[in-house]
Each structure stands twice: as C-alpha cells, then as structure tokens.
Design a protein around this ligand. Structure first.
Ligand code: PEP
Ligand code: MG
Length: 926
C-alpha cells in the first residue's frame, strides 16, 4: 500500500447506478422508540448496521433511547445533489424530530427540559472509528442552564457543553482539535488542575467561553445556537465523513463499495457521566480474541462512550461492574444473553448506565479473530443454537488463514525474559523492527523490512500502517480500543494497554523498566498471551500445521479438532471439488493433508529447476541436433518419472493433472546481459580457449532465443509443437510412473494437460504424440492404464472455439492468470506498476489477477463452459489460475458450473469453506 494514497483524492459522487430513486417516492427517515420501530434487522442496506440493530432491539422491548435513522439513500442523494438535502427530506426529518421530542418528553434547545441527541454514522458494514460522531447536540447558552437545573449538576452541564462545542467545532467546522486543547490546558494550568475532573463549573464556564472564541476566530462565525441548525450541519458533516480519506482507505482495504453510503442515527442522549452511579461500556457475549464462552468487556464509571473506545483511559474489566452497580449488571447479563440467542451469534454491545438505569445503545454481530470464529461456530452448534450449515456461514473463509499463520518456537520464546505484558487483543506471533508512526511502517515495509507498529494508542488515521505491520503494540486502551478492534479484524497480532511502555515518539524510542528500545530495534510479542520481549524470535508452524504434519498429536489439539469439524461440514455442503496446484511430492502431501482431493496443476517446468537439472535442461536447449536434444531429454526422463511417481503416490489415487512444459526456453539460460559482461571480461583479459568459446556459444543461443514479448512468445503448446521430443519425454515419464504405481496396486489415472491452446489443431497435434507414446509405454510395461488428455483454456480464442477444442479434449482447466492477461492486455509481469493507480482511481475495484473480473474474463469462462459442454457433454471442467483460492472468485466458479477449483496448498482450507459458502448461495462478504 502506498503512503496514504487516498489522501490525494477529492470527494467523489458515488456511482450513478447506486443513486437512490427520487426523494418523493420513498420513506427516508425511520423512527424507533417506545417499544416500536419502523425498521428491523433485515434493513441493513437502508438503515446501516447500527440503525437496523437499534430498530431490532427496540422491537424486542429492550431499553433503547428513542431516535430515528436517516437512510443510506439520503447519503447518495446528498452527493447527487451536490452536497445538499432536498427540502422534502428536510421536512421529513423535522417531523421525526418532533416525534422524538414527544417520545422523550423533552425539547431541543428548551430551558425547562432540554433534549440532547447524538448524531452518528452507521454504514451497512461496520467501519470502526472511520467516520464522525457528534454528542450532546442541542446544547446552547440557554439549554445548558436548563440541563444544569434538571440534573442539579452544573459541572456536568458545562462539561457536556464544552465537549459538544469541541466536537462540533472539530467535525463540522473543521477546526483542529489542538486549538481547543490549547485553551483547555490553559484553563487547567491557570487553576492548578492536574486532571480534567479537577475543573469545577466556573472553570468549565470559562472553557466554554474560550471555545466559543476559538470558533469565532477560526470559522469566522459564531457557534450556532439554534439546535435545528446544529442538527442539519452535523448531519451533513456525517455524510461528508463517508468520503474522508481514512474512510475511503478503509473501504479499499475491506472491499466495501463506495456507493452503499452511510446512514445517520439521531438518538436521545443518555449520560454515563452524571456521577458515580453512572457508567458506560462495551462488551462481547464471548471472547472475540479466543472465542471462549465468557462474558467479556470493559467499562468506565462516570464517563461518556467515546472515552472507552478511544483508548484515552484504560477501562475496568466488566466483571467488576457486578460489585459497583449490581442491579444494572444483572440486567445487562440477562439482556445480552437474550440478544445472543436472538441473533444466534456472538454480540458486540454498547451500553450506558445513567443513574443506575441501563440503556442499550448498540448490538451487532461481533468482529472476531479467525481463531475465535472457528471456536464460536463449533460451540454454537454444540449448544444447539445453530445448525452446521449456519456455522459454516459464520466463518469468513479468508479468516482461516489466521489459523494457519506461524507461532513462536516455545522453547526459544520461554528462554527470553518477558519485558512487559499487555492485553492480548488479537492472537498470533509477531516479530519485527520497531517503528513509531504509521507512515514509517509503510516506508520500511516497502523496503522489505518487517515492522511492529508501537503507538501510545492508535487512531483511525493509522490504518495504513496497521495494515502493513507484522503486529500492533499500544501502551493504552482496552480490549475494545481502536487498535484491538482493528487488529482483530485484520487478523493482525495485537497487544494493547501495555501500560509500562513509556513512549517518546519524538525521540523515536520507548522505555520499559530499565531498557530503552529505539526505532529499528527488534521486538517480538505473542498476541494470545500479551507477552512482549525485546528480541527477534523465529516463528514456527501453526498448531494446525503441526497436527497435520504429525509433530503434534491431533487429538491433543482442540483447535485442530474444531477446524476439521467445520471443514467436514463444509465438505458435505459444497458441490465444487477442491484440488491443489502442487509440483513436487512434499507439496502434494501437504495439499492432501489440507483436504485437496486432486492436483489441478502440476507445473512440470518447475521440476526442471530442481537441483542439478539446469545443466541438463541447458544442454537440451543448446543442442544443435535432434539427436543431441534427445540425449539430454533421456537424462531428464528418470528425474521427472521419480517426481511424478512421488506426486501420484502422495495423492493416493486422486486425480493428478500434469501439464506439459510451459515457459519460454530462454528462462533456463543465463541472462543475456550477464553473458555479455562475462565475454567482454574474458576477451579483455586475453583469455582464449574453452571457457570463452562456451560463453560465446551460450550468448549466441540466448540471443537466438531472446524474445521481446516472452509471455506472448515461444511457450506452452508452441514448444511441444516445435520440439515434439519434449512432449514425448514428458508423456513417457508420466505414463511410466503411473504404470509403476498401478502395478503396485494404486489405481491412478493421470490427466495430461496441454497449455496455451487456442487452435484445435494445436491440441490435435499434441494429443497424437501423447496417445502414441502412451500406447508404446503401456505395451512395454505390459499393463493398460486409464489416462485423460485435456487442455488449459487460457487464451480468449480457446474460449470462443471451446466446442471444437472439446471434441479433442477430455477435460478443460481454465488458466485464469493468462486469460486475465490476454483479455485485458495487461502483462502479468508489468501490470503491478499501474494496477495500483487503477484501483486508487477506482477504474478497477479490485486487482483482476487476484479476484476474477466477472464481467469480462468471467464471461469468457462462461462462454468456454457452455461451448465446451456443447462440444463434449459431461466434459470435466476446472480452474487452476490464482483465482482458484480466492473466495469471491470461487463463488463465481460455483455459479458458472465448474466441477472443481485448484488452489495453492495453503489456500485449500479457504477454498473448501468458500465453496461451501457458494453452495449455500451466500455472497461472500455479505
Ligand atoms: C494460468 O495461466 O492461469 C495458469 C494456471 O498457468 P500459469 O500461471 O502457469 O501460466
Ligand atoms: Mg498459463
């Protein structure tokens, strides 16, 4: 990721197809309160996650402060109308304000009984901290006195007012927060106050006056006193925050489309900061880090919601709430248990207790680590709360990668003293060089370094650094602080609240105990235990991998058992077969262990690169005559045969697809430039004889083979056609290995695949060679075995004439890497330079080499499938490009009717789960 690429962008109008219908035709504002709501849980598209959750909780009779949600449609209208809201919608909002005032029994701006509201963003997908929020709206010079009279608490009233002016000034009027902090600190200093709460009402009145002066000077207008104007301006600011750089960046990372927009929730304020019988907190019904079934969360007495999540104060664990406010705690437990049963998933909730009165402010399915996702899904089935099918859908296929990530070697880890401990926010082993800013994290990573981002606390602007870091370590904040939430979501090892760290960001160092750690020093930490060590520590394979490779007893690994159980449920549901791309026997064995039941692509040219083989391959390429070439090929034959035998054996009779050699031949020879230097050096030194002759000969041949566009050059089937003896040798090696295994009792039917076919005659030519050699070998071996001859479909022409090709081919495997390259005309080797810009400019939403371009490349696949099956009913169809391991692409391959996907071994579990998601017809990411 480049350094804050999104910062260069101006707000853009979301795509026209997303624009809402005319403002007249549809309801735009949805009320909730008094046990009844206009919306419900199924309206996330329109009301956002927060809005639909508030509606659902209200309908369920939970204590939710009343309010209304302005729909996501309005956000799109706002951008369409050049950042204006049509009068009709303004009126609809005003009506709902009146309804809210009636329900609350209080009025915005009133001296007698002022209503205060919060204004919050809330998109369909949660984007923690990325957009803006305004609290205490409705306060002005008069209503603040009203609030004081009603609460009999002048300190509280003026503290609320100064917070509101600051938030409004910062978010709506875009005045830097530092301008307010400066005034606040000045008052504190003048009055000798150490902490914020030392300021009394008189001091806070002075702060308010100073803040209003800041607004007047910076914004060149008075702080707006009229609550309706405050509301309109805040609403628009929240809509604008949808297009702020960090929100855009967040959506880019998580593939959230721009056009879905955010809703705005306007809700009656309740206060967790009215005194010691008030509190505010957040929590989870289970641990979001490990999935353990424990009530989990944290709270702060006498605080407002933002204080808990911002990480400024380290909150208390929720257990302690039982001692402090037992009645509210018991009610909270009862409500959250009910919520979990209702939503059939772990809930992440926010609450406020005002004078011992509990209010629920939010509930939603909790974000969790991959580890926790598997534990929770399998536990919920065991608790009979959900079915195995529902459990499959609770786990994002991509998140399984976290379970396969390496951990530390425990012996080494234990031998190093622990420097400090923090809260274990997101599991995983992280080791790297310390950096103190997100920008440095990005710069250093670009230089190939592995970094740990160390911050006092992270803020949403750090997102780009968090994304590239190996791990995140913060000094303050709780388990639900920004660093913890985002770290978990990214599956990034994270430790928060490591309070012993004294960070000096300016001097680029931190102290912990007697030790000083500078930028660039190595540290390591374990996100599962919270231990931090000042050393570089090697990592070792994940528990699951250890269980699979036999270094750990499978029965003793709880997480392995759960992982297997979940994937076995997925296997029962999926229609797509899952194969692996593996070239060597050990890779095939790993793929089999991960659940691949076939090899979809064995790239035989990778075998040529093996130890000691390059000189033989070079001899083959340099050969002047067919006889010399055959002699070199004869040397390669036994080596290839051994490899094939090993791969077949590892796959225990499952289908194995072996592709004949593909890359351009000059890849096997030394670089032209290097040879030129060598020749020049030898000539200058006056050397003559064999060495110089050999170099010259090599250089001559390299120049003969040199290609301007090797990706479009002499590769794939074209090699087999120009040098048929290569296809002969490879066929012989494959069939001999298969005969041997069949004789040993393992029934194996190899599938020989010809690459880069665009003309049916190309395949015809190669198939004739394969059939002839196979017949010869079987005769020699005295055994008849089954084998298939098929082709890769990776050239657009191949898709278009798939019916002709299918008459020759017994199977197709779509090579979506080349098909993407050739469909777009984007070189696989060079497109990295511009594709990033394409994505930043939203010309392309995703990298088409990573996730299939459904509209274009996908359509060619569809044509290839239809025409292929027309040419040969029952034709076996698979895909072996990189897309075979991508969850969204797998969804498409399922839809288009392929028989299997083939992915790299480590992606096989992801593919198994994604194929099950596809079969259950749920769009990945929904
Ligand atoms: C492909 O093109 O999709 C493919 C699998 O082949 P390769 O990546 O080896 O060109
Ligand atoms: Mg290819």
């Amino acid at each position: 990721m480049s350094k804050k690429p999104a910062a260069r962008k101006k707000p853009q109008v979301p795509s026209p197809k997303a624009l809402a219908p005319s403002p007249k035709s549809r309801k735009h504002v949805y009320f909730f309160g008094n046990g009844k709501a206009d919306g419900n849980r199924n309206m996330k598209d329109l009301l956002g996650g927060k809005g639909s959750g508030l509606a659902e909780m209200t309908n369920a009779g939970l204590p939710v402060p009343p309010g209304f949600t302005i729909s996501t449609d309005v956000c799109n209208i706002y951008y369409k109308e050049k950042q204006k809201i049509p009068a009709a919608i303004d009126r609809e909002i005003a009506d709902h304000v009146k309804q809210l005032e009636r329900t609350a029994g209080a009025t915005l701006g009133s001296i007698e009984n002022p209503l205060l509201v919060s204004v919050r963003s809330g998109a369909k997908f949660s984007m923690p901290g990325m957009m803006d929020t305004i609290l205490n709206l409705g306060l002005n010079d008069e209503s603040v006195e009203g609030l004081k009279n009603r609460t009999k608490n002048g300190r509280f009233a003026f503290d609320s007012y100064r917070r509101f002016i600051q938030m409004f000034g910062n978010v709506v009027l875009e005045i830097p927060k530092a301008a307010f902090d400066h005034e606040f600190d000045a008052v504190k200093k003048a009055r000798g106050a150490k902490i914020d709460t030392d300021l009394d009402e008189a001091a806070l009145r002075e702060v308010v006056q100073r803040y209003k002066k800041v607004v007047k000077e910076r914004a060149r207008k008075d702080f707006p006193q009229h609550p309706h104007l405050q509301l309109t301006m805040s609403r628009d600011a929240v809509f604008r925050s949808w297009m702020n750089p960090r929100a855009i960046e967040y959506r880019r990372i998580y593939d959230i489309p721009d056009h879905i927009g955010t809703a705005v929730n306007v809700q009656m304020m309740v206060f967790g900061n009215t005194g010691d019988r008030s509190a505010t907190g957040v929590g989870f019904t289970r641990s979001p880090a490990t999935g353990a079934k424990e009530f989990y969360g944290e709270f702060l007495i006498n605080a407002q919601g933002e204080d808990v999540v911002s990480g400024v104060r380290t909150p208390q664990p929720i257990r302690e709430l039982e001692q402090v406010l037992p009645k509210a705690y018991a009610q909270l437990r009862q409500i959250t248990t009910r919520l979990e049963k209702h939503y059939k998933d772990i809930q992440d909730f926010e609450f406020t207790i005002q004078d011992e009165h509990l209010y629920m402010l939010q509930t939603r399915s909790g974000k969790r680590t991959g580890y926790a996702a598997v534990v929770i899904a399998t536990d919920l089935v065991a608790e009979k709360l959900i079915t195995p099918k529902e459990a499959i859908l609770l786990v994002d296929p991509e998140s399984l990668n976290q379970l396969l990530a390496p951990g530390f070697d425990q012996d080494e880890w234990k031998s190093i003293p622990t420097a400090t401990k923090g809260l274990p926010a997101s599991p995983g082993a992280a080791s790297g060089q310390v950096v103190f800013t997100a920008d440095h994290a990005v710069e250093w990573t670009a230089q190939g370094k592995q970094v740990i981002l160390v911050r006092r606390e992270t803020v949403p602007d750090d997102i780009h650094g968090m994304f590239v870091a190996q791990g995140i370590l913060t000094a303050t904040g709780g388990m639900t602080s920004h660093a913890a939430v985002v770290g978990r979501q990214m599956g990034k090892p994270s430790i928060v609240g490591a309070g012993e760290l004294e960070i000096d960001e300016h001097a680029k160092r931190f102290r912990v105990g007697a030790k000083t750690v500078k930028e660039g020093d190595y540290i390591s930490f374990d996100g599962l235990t919270g231990e931090v060590k000042i050393a570089q520590v090697a990592s070792k394979p994940s528990e699951i991998l250890q269980a699979l490779n036999g270094t750990l007893d499978r029965k003793k690994s709880d997480i392995y058992q759960r992982f297997e159980k979940l994937l076995s449920w997925a296997d029962k549901v999926r229609r797509l077969g899952v194969y692996a791309n593996a070239d060597l026997p050990d890779q095939a064995a790993l793929a089999y262990a991960f659940g691949a039941r076939g090899i979809g692509l064995c790239r035989t040219e990778h075998m040529f690169f093996g130890e000691g083989r390059i000189p033989i391959v070079q001899r083959m390429i340099l050969a002047d005559s067919e006889a010399d070439r055959r002699a070199a090929l004869n040397e390669l034959l036994p080596l290839q045969r051994e490899d094939f035998y090993g791969v077949f054996k590892a796959m225990r009779g499952c289908p194995v697809t072996i592709r004949t050699i593909d890359p351009p031949l000059h890849e096997f020879l030394p670089k032209r430039e290097d040879l030129m230097v060598d020749v020049a050096r030898l000539e200058t030194a006056g050397t003559s004889g064999a060495e110089l002759d050999e170099k010259r000969r090599l250089l001559h041949r390299v120049e003969q083979l040199h290609e301007f566009n090797p990706m479009l050059g002499h590769r794939g089937v074209r090699l087999g056609i120009t040098y048929p003896e290569i296809t002969e040798m490879q066929t012989r090696a494959i069939i001999e290995a298969a005969c041997r295994l069949n004789k040993e009792g393992v029934r194996i039917a190899p599938e020989i695949m010809i690459p880069l076919v665009g003309l049916v005659k190309e395949l015809h030519d190669q198939k004739a060679i394969v059939d002839r050699v196979a017949a010869d070998v079987m005769k020699e071996q005295g055994i008849t075995i089954k084998y298939l001859v098929g082709t890769m479909i990776e050239i657009p022409r191949g898709c278009l004439v798939a019916d002709q090709i299918a008459r020759e081919a017994q199977f197709f495997s779509f090579g979506t890497n080349d098909l993407t390259q050739l469909t777009f005309g984007f070189s696989r080797d060079d497109s990295g330079k511009f594709l990033k810009v394409y994505q930043e400019k939203k010309i392309l939403e995703k990298d088409p080499f990573a996730s299939i371009d459904v509209e274009g490349v996908g359509d060619l696949v569809r044509v290839g499938v239809e025409r292929g099956r027309r040419g040969r009913p029952g034709l076996k169809l698979g895909i072996c490009g990189e897309h075979g391991g991508d969850a969204a692409s797998i969804h498409f391959f399922h839809q288009v009717g392929l028989d299997y996907v083939s992915a790299s071994p480590y992606r096989v579990p992801v593919a198994r789960l994604a194929a099950a998601h596809a079969a259950l017809s749920v769009k990945v990411g929904d």
